[in-house]
Design a protein around this ligand. Structure first.
Ligand code: ATP
Length: 460
């Protein structure tokens, strides 16, 4: 993970948040290439689950919502993490993470009192200062709050949303009223969510501010189990589309006591992260039943029943929710893609080649156009090829004419550019370029006229 974090910083993929001020824990910024990677993930997801499906529509809702939304959803009451403080050094930790890491016990679903008992019995010490001075575990709400209005005493307290899902429930009635959807249908959204996470580390895995891609899929109650299975397989299909390795993924069913307050069945898609991190949640799929719509109906007083014309009856739909973390997707793509290869450099010396084997669909740059040397007679036609590629593919293409060609290839390898088109002096006569493949460094000659179609086909 350290190697990936350092490559990300060196190559402008991901920087620590507020870096020149010494950083702000658990915040990260996507640099020029990371912004492209992330955008590719989100665009592909939207195309896959909204544009290509006739039963899913999109939504872009506000991050700030009426405070009663979070009472209705149960987040004010239930969205808590069990925390312990150290009386000596004042550091704060997640009780469940501490127990899991130190004792290897899974404690999800246990009460703070039960966790405190385990901590006392095992004589767990503060990971920061080493003293056995940890407090009892207490529940701590993870929502960030802020105040609307100029004066905090008289203003309205609101929360930064901890999930995008609630907006789909709150706007469900408006979406149905526009008349373009019939159960079963889904509402999809990509957007920021905020959680006051305590446990640091593991690069971008756990952040205070992150993005989710979520679908709330509204179904007839007796069709919920079948829809769950369909989404399970659609989520597997998505992982294949973005090129995540199958053997790094497992699907884990939640135990009864682990289920969230709204869920009757949940599975996690877990990814095998490197080193001590091991298997951790990448995505989730939950049957939220009619919990959210029923609660919003109760608290808002609005009738949220669906009138099923075919059956001539009203009911509150059940909801199947596939949820995908954007940042965790980027992280596993980087981990899966990262490779070091022993090779020889241009001077014949042993060398390590770092290569990001990102799927061409996801890679920030789809290709690079490289004139062999910085000469006007090469630059002019190479620039023309670059312009043609940009307009043919609509994708981000790199143009780089400085430095030795071997070093330029290595730079493209490190940022995951799948193809380089090298324009040399022969190109002026044979109207062809050399295509250099990132993954095996093989080279072939291709007529310039064929390059735009050749590339379009490979990045689609
Ligand atoms: P965890 O158990 O790791 O805290 P969670 O079960 O709380 O995750 P969900 O509430 O199911 O997560 O959120 C849906 C998705 O949002 C997760 O599968 C994950 O991809 C992403 N996610 C959740 N919390 C964070 C975070 N703090 N930083 C980055 N991504 C997150």
């Amino acid at each position: 993970m350290d190697k990936i974090a350092s490559l990300c910083k060196r190559r402008g993929i991901i920087f620590p948040g507020s870096d020149i001020y010494g950083g702000l824990a658990n915040t990260w910024d996507y640099g020029p290439l990371g912004a492209e990677l992330k955008r590719n993930v989100k665009n592909l997801w939207w195309t896959t689950f909204v544009h290509r499906r006739r039963d899913v529509v999109g939504l872009e809702a506000s991050i700030l919502m009426h405070p009663r939304v979070w009472e209705a959803s149960g987040h004010v009451q239930n969205f808590n993490d069990p925390l312990v403080d150290c009386k000596t050094c004042k550091a704060r930790f997640r009780a469940d993470h501490l127990i899991e890491e130190r004792l290897g016990l899974a404690v999800e679903g246990k009460t703070p009192a039960q966790m405190s008992e385990i901590i006392v019995e095992a004589k767990l010490k503060c990971p920061n200062c080493g003293n056995a001075t940890l407090t009892e575990a207490r529940q701590f709400n993870m929502m960030f709050s802020t105040t609307i209005g100029p004066v905090s005493e008289t203003g309205t307290q609101v929360y930064l949303r901890p999930e995008t899902a609630q907006a789909m429930f709150v706007q469900y009635k408006n979406v149905v009223a526009t008349g373009r959807v019939k159960v079963p249908f889904g509402i999809a959204q990509i957007g920021k969510a905020f959680r006051n996470e305590i446990t640091p580390g593991n690069f971008i895995f756990r952040q205070l501010e992150f993005e989710q891609m979520e679908i709330e899929y509204f179904v007839k109650p007796d069709e919920a189990a079948g829809a769950f299975e369909e989404w399970l397989s659609a989520m597997r299909g998505w992982l294949r589309t973005i090129g995540v390795r199958d053997d790094h993924i497992r699907v884990r069913e939640h135990e009864q006591e682990e289920l969230s307050h709204y869920s009757s069945r949940t599975v996690d898609f877990e990814y095998q992260f490197p080193g001590s991190m091991g298997w951790k949640e990448l995505y989730g799929l939950a049957n939220r039943t009619d919990f959210d719509l029923s609660r919003h109906q109760e608290v808002s007083g609005e009738d949220l029943q669906y009138f099923d014309q075919a059956e001539n009856r009203k009911y509150i739909p059940y909801v199947i929710e596939p949820t995908f973390g954007v940042d965790r997707t980027c992280l596993v793509l980087l981990i899966d893609a990262y490779d070091e290869e022993e090779t020889i450099d241009v001077n014949g010396k042993p060398d390590t080649r770092v290569v990001l084997r990102l799927h061409p669909r996801i890679a920030p740059y789809k290709a690079a156009v490289l004139p062999l040397m910085k000469k006007p007679e090469l630059a002019e036609p190479a620039r023309r090829l670059f312009d043609e590629l940009v307009s043919a593919t609509g994708a981000l293409i790199e143009y780089d004419e400085t430095g030795n060609i071997g070093k330029r290839y290595r730079r493209q390898d490190e940022i995951g550019t799948p193809f380089c088109f090298t324009f040399d002096f022969d190109s002026l006569d044979d109207h062809a370029v050399t295509v250099r493949h990132r993954d095996d460094m093989s080279q072939e000659r291709l007529p310039i006229a064929e390059v735009p179609a050749w590339l379009s086909e490979r990045i689609r």
